[in-house]
Design a protein around this ligand. Structure first.
Ligand SMILES: [Zn+2]
Length: 307
């Protein structure tokens, strides 16, 4: 974890110093009753990545000062549900900062319910900086920048399918442990690149591209449930995985699908085969990360050090 917050760090250091002075180091080497069975005296919040920018996913680990039955948070107008991890004795929640978020300070509002039913809360300010994203010009088939009436109809249908898929997500945490790359390949385009298609349509690249030839096995970045496994106009053959806590991963332009909607998958399980279907300049894998309606940088998610 990048940051460590502890309000009583100084008194603790003084206490340790006193113990050392009274008992010497040997006294410390003996099994000293630790506070591991008790909750810390103040809220302890750790987060990744260390520096927050627009477009970045975010992992919170929260140790509250009391045993809680539930913990939720409000962050940038989003509701975050945190899940308890018994081995770490802390709560984990996935969140993010949208690309549209301006640099500035934003408040995380935590609200917990204790075993006795009372409510405790805590707020903490976080600084969000500006992410640096490149610009490129891309050439694709005309049907993707100037679709016909028939193609527009197809795009409209896809929109309904996607809205339906994105509305059926679970708040329960399904992901566990580290996020792993879906393929072992070179990155051909990063997240956030401003793109000009055929000198006309402009868009922001909302995913991470891997340079893989047609036919490469693509695997799930973490455990989850298949929300969608079917062809779409722009996306081509597409798999959407729901990892819980509002977090989805999308795998685009596949030549083949290896899973079905509703199926549970484990981290690293093969979900499809790479290709160049949909609006693609050639075979590659486009990996997208979506959290509560916001596209986030997949590279940051893959770099999180999850205990
Ligand atoms: Zn892409």
């Amino acid at each position: 974890m990048a940051h460590f917050e502890r309000k009583n760090r100084r008194p603790l250091a003084l206490l340790l110093l006193t113990i050392v002075m009274l008992f010497g180091f040997q006294g410390l080497a003996a099994p000293v009753p630790t506070s591991s069975t008790k909750a810390p005296k103040s809220w302890r919040i750790q987060w990744q990545p260390e520096r927050l920018v627009n477009g970045s996913p975010l992992l919170f680990e929260v140790a509250p000062p009391a045993k809680l039955t539930a913990l939720s948070a409000k962050w940038l107008e989003h509701q975050i549900s945190l899940s308890y991890d018994a081995t770490r004795k802390s709560w984990f929640g996935i969140a993010g900062v949208s690309l549209e978020t301006r640099p500035g300070n934003y408040v995380l509002e935590l609200k917990g319910t204790t075993a006795r039913g009372s409510e405790i809360s805590f707020t903490r300010k976080f600084s969000v900086g500006a992410g640096k994203y490149p610009s490129v010009a891309v050439t694709v088939a005309k049907k993707f920048t100037e679709p016909s009436q028939e193609q527009l109809e197809r795009i409209k249908q896809d929109k309904t399918v996607k809205q339906d898929v994105f509305s059926h997500t679970t708040t329960e945490r399904e992901w566990a442990g580290k996020f792993r790359p879906p393929v072992d390949a070179r990155i051909s385009d990063v997240f956030g690149t401003r793109r000009t298609f055929n000198g006309k349509v402009q868009s922001m690249h909302q995913g991470l591209d891997y340079a893989v030839p047609q036919g490469t096995a693509v695997s799930a970045v973490n455990a989850g449930t298949v929300l969608l496994a079917s062809p779409l106009y722009f996306e081509g053959n597409c798999v959407v995985l729901d990892h819980g806590q509002g977090l989805l991963t999308l795998y685009l332009h596949l030549s083949g699908l290896k899973v079905k909607a509703g199926q549970r998958v484990e981290a690293g399980e093969e979900i499809g085969v790479s290709g160049g279907t949909g609006r693609a300049t050639g075979p590659h894998l486009h990996l997208a990360v979506r959290w509560q309606g916001v596209y986030l940088n997949p590279a940051t998610l893959l770099s999180l050090k999850v205990p």
